[in-house]
Design a protein around this ligand. Structure first.
Ligand code: AMP
Ligand code: ZN
Length: 454
């Protein structure tokens, strides 16, 4: 039985017996390269999805792509991140979004992330977002100022329940914030629709609406996309812990106020990847991209493995030493996987797949699962077993268990030379194999090759 930790109830909850799971992920804001903290979030989502699939669920997974409306502060203050990036790069906002979406896909594919069933760009759902604002106005949850249309948080009884903060607590916390629109009723009220006026007069992305030209607030897209593509309540909603305070309470407020139904049954949040003891973020400048890791000789899947070595609900401090250890561990796993094709009488590691599955269904206990794999030195995998492990963990064990036909031919030639006492050719061929990253041991069962680099 699959159990997951639900942020809302702060409990492990069982995923129901239904066949289909509606899963929604708050995806990237495409104004810059993803940093490896964002990628931790992707790896967490992917592990969740692979576990659901292994448990026999059909997963209808929607992820949004934010290409409008996300201001410098999640609490709707500052500038639109995409507009700022476009000005800096001298490009259109659309070109910026397209470029970083491509980069995001390249990262996801290097990390073996399963593509969502549907990726939804915020700007493709403007009509639905406008309709949602209209419903909130009709139901008296929203009001208009000269600058924007806001959601009135005092009208929504459960506001802030997700992070167990009352509106009074939030009010105290918000006092120090600069609120640019003095006509807002409550500092916590959040924008549903910004007008292209005042601070945003030059905003290049804008659309007509019944209330005037403008663009949607960031929180709105998730509620509108969920309602359009999945229908609430969905089964699982995911995101990073930074969304527990503002973005997710706002999504809940919009959806529940508009539909009278819960947004989701389960809330899941991954903890931060840190660097130098602080949340890795673009604004703090303490971030690395996947490219930086690759440039230093690390395989993207070594980073995936490093992330799986910690539980998604624990903070992780990124260090190069830990990444080097993870790369070494990955090589050891590949060396273990290679045993499929090695002559040996070692017994099959029959039980490991079942053990790993039972760790994953226990709130995605990836560190325990990997510790089990690390213990396997003398038992052999089967090819089918490696494929199942790849379905669960996405580490390419099956793919990396074999070598090319020409390399195998070289090994056979070298063995023939060795058995004929032709040591010159035997040594030459061994050196050639070494250059290709393969080392050889002569065992009682025949030559055993081993990858010596990733
Ligand atoms: P963003 O592109 O900033 O909207 O973030 C995309 C996803 O990455 C969100 O779900 C964030 O919560 C998550 N995220 C951002 N920074 C980190 C971090 N340092 N560690 C883990 N997840 C993060
Ligand atoms: Zn969202």
């Amino acid at each position: 039985m699959l159990k997951l930790f639900d942020t809302y109830s702060q409990k492990l909850v069982e995923v129901g017996p239904q066949r289909q799971i509606k899963l929604y992920t708050c995806g990237p804001t495409v104004y810059d390269y993803a940093h490896i903290g964002n990628l931790r979030n992707l790896i967490f989502n992917d592990t969740l999805k692979r576990t659901l699939l292994a448990e026999g669920y059909e997963v209808n997974h929607v992820m949004n792509i934010t290409d409008v409306g996300h201001l410098t502060s999640d609490a709707d203050e500052g500038d639109d991140k995409l507009e700022t990036s476009a000005k800096r790069e001298g490009k259109s906002v659309w070109a910026v979004a397209d470029f970083f979406i491509q980069e995001f896909h390249a990262n996801a594919s290097a990390l073996n992330i399963l593509a969502p069933t549907k990726e939804a760009r915020a700007t493709d759902y403007i009509e639905q977002q406008i309709a949602l604002v209209q419903t909130l106005i009709d139901k008296d949850y929203a009001y208009q100022t000269k600058q924007a249309i806001y959601f009135d948080v005092t009208k929504f009884a459960g506001y802030g329940k997700l992070n167990r903060q009352s509106l009074d607590d939030k009010l105290t916390a918000a006092r120090s914030q600069v609120v640019s629109d003095k006509a807002k009723h409550h500092p916590q009220d959040f924008a549903l629709w910004f007008f292209t006026t005042g601070h945003f007069a030059d905003h290049t992305m804008h659309w007509p609406s019944p209330w005037g030209e403008g663009f949607p607030g960031w929180h709105l897209e998730c509620s509108a996309i969920i309602q359009t593509l999945l229908g609430n309540p969905i089964d699982i909603h995911t995101g990073g812990v930074d969304h527990i305070g503002t973005h997710h309470p706002n999504e809940i407020a919009q959806t529940e106020a508009a539909t009278g139904q819960a947004l989701t049954k389960i809330w899941m949040h991954n903890q931060f990847l840190q660097a130098e003891g602080h949340k890795m973020s673009k604004s703090a400048g303490n971030f690395y991209r996947l490219r930086d890791l690759v440039d230093r000789g690390y395989h993207p899947l070594a980073f995936r493995l490093l992330m799986l070595q910690s539980h998604y609900r624990n903070q992780v401090n990124f260090t190069w030493e830990a990444l080097a250890d993870a790369q070494h561990f990955l090589l050891k796993l590949y060396n273990w996987a290679e045993l499929v094709y090695q002559p040996s009488f070692a017994p099959l590691a029959d039980e490991v797949v079942g053990q790993i599955k039972s760790d994953l269904v226990d709130d995605l206990a990836t560190p325990t699962a990997l510790a089990k794999l690390a213990e396997l030195k003398h038992e052999r995998p089967s090819h089918g077993m490696l494929e199942t492990l790849d379905e669960l963990l996405g580490l390419d064990l099956a793919k990396r268990s074999d070598i090319s036909a020409p390399q195998k031919a070289l090994i056979a030639d070298r063995e023939t030379a060795r058995l004929n006492n032709d040591f010159t050719n035997s040594d030459r061929l061994r050196t050639e194999l070494q250059k290709a990253g393969l080392s050889l041991d002569d065992t009682e069962f025949g030559p055993r090759w081993r990858r010596s680099t990733i």
